[in-house]
Write a protein that binds this ligand. Structure first.
Ligand SMILES: *Cc1c(COP(=O)(O)O)cnc(C)c1O
Length: 369
């Protein structure tokens, strides 16, 4: 089976984790925790980073430190992994769904303004599959209406927008190190920001809002969380980060091979890279248009039988039982793209012959009629 997206573990992971085990520094205090935060912040070009147990908790924490709460609204896309929308609910706020762009599959910044009300407190762009939201437009609207911007950059680590890493353009950016992400710690997340006050508050809330008194007792001035990442996982993160540039290059190279092999097939739409951006193509994603001889779901089945793992695009969150009654704009592009999109195998370890095999299946089906 050619998998959709599996981790790449080939560097100092064993060595650094063994060091944690050998020295007993296994839990959430340790030098790798600090190093991972420092190295990650440096890599993305943010002033500071706060490591978390997963990307979902980083998003939850981001909303919390910005004071988003009950009665507030947050503008989010509906075609996304559900985590950022759930995070809005965790703090008691309401998601408001905005439509997406047909070419990049991400939040359509041109459609945000019409959804803003007195209750709107934040915009939460999600850079899915490596594609990048039009952040200039998002920031322009945020400045005009005095809103916070929390970027979900979990799927776009390595993507660049006008010289800046995604996740470093808004007030806070969140990343994930789940097993299928660009780099992994098994489970993990990171919150980045350029605002010192926000990062200190995030660190404080993620460690049970704990103050150690003079007599070594604990004092808690707030309701905090236990969102700390253990040193063992941070050790893995440090090792993964050492190879990130190579992973990014391989992802992009593989995407360009896909583009070349698929470019003459009719009735499919290939991913794009907008001017002044660099797309990491975390999951190489195409649309199966109406004229293609088989449907998207038939293609997934045929691929599976040919030993190729693929995945349909996210089912829109506004169709899930918990989110049926949320306020939203016209979501017709969301509906359409969600029903036509498919992610193709995108592991860093993917070989050229695997890409050729995947493209051959699509090419043969495309000629049927
Ligand atoms: C992976 C992911 C997350 C966070 O996932 P965790 O498993 O909690 O690390 C959040 N948003 C998106 C869009 C994701 O793909």
């Amino acid at each position: 089976m050619i998998p959709l997206c599996v981790p790449e573990i080939k560097g100092n992971e064993w060595k650094y984790i063994k060091e944690c085990l050998d020295t007993n520094w296994v839990s959430s205090v340790g030098s790798y925790v600090d190093k991972f935060e420092r190295d990650f912040a440096k890599f993305v070009g943010a002033n500071s980073a706060v490591v978390n147990v997963n990307g979902t908790s980083a998003l939850h924490l981001a909303l919390k430190v910005l004071g988003i709460e009950e009665g507030d609204e947050v503008i989010v896309p509906s075609m996304t992994f559900i985590a950022p929308v759930n995070a809005v609910k965790y703090v008691g706020a309401e998601p408001v769904f905005v439509d997406i762009c047909r070419d990049t599959f991400v939040m359509d910044a041109e459609k945000i303004e019409e959804l803003i009300t007195q209750k709107t407190k934040a915009i939460l762009p999600v850079h899915i599959y490596g594609n990048i939201v039009d952040m200039d437009k998002v920031m322009e609207i945020a400045n005009k209406y005095n809103l916070y911007v929390i970027e979900d950059a979990t799927e776009s680590l390595g993507s660049i927008y006008k010289g800046k890493h995604t996740g470093t353009i808004g007030h806070i950016g969140c990343f994930s190190f789940n097993g299928n992400k660009l780099i992994t710690t098994g489970a993990g997340g990171m919150l980045v920001t350029n605002d010192k006050e926000l990062s200190e508050r995030a660190k404080f809330l993620s460690t049970q809002a704990k103050v150690t008194l003079e007599n070594k007792g604990f004092y808690h001035s707030d309701i905090g969380f236990n969102f700390r990442m253990p040193n063992i996982l941070a050790a893995m993160g440090c090792a993964q980060l050492e190879n990130i540039e190579e992973y990014i290059e391989v992802k992009r190279k593989n995407a360009f091979i896909y583009n070349e092999l698929l470019k003459d097939i009719k009735n499919i739409t290939l991913p794009v890279e907008k001017p002044q951006t660099k797309n990491v193509f975390w999951l190489y994603s195409i649309l199966i248009e109406d004229g293609f001889p088989v449907s998207r779901d038939e293609l997934i089945k045929i691929m599976y039988e040919a030993g190729i793992e693929t995945r349909p695009f996210f089912t829109p969150v506004h169709t899930m039982p918990s989110y049926l009654n949320c306020r939203c704009g016209d979501l017709s592009v969301t509906q359409e793209v969600s029903s036509k999109g498919i992610n193709l195998p995108s592991s860093v370890s993917l070989k050229q012959e695997n890409i050729e095999k995947v493209c051959e299946v699509i090419k043969i089906l495309g000629k049927k009629l």
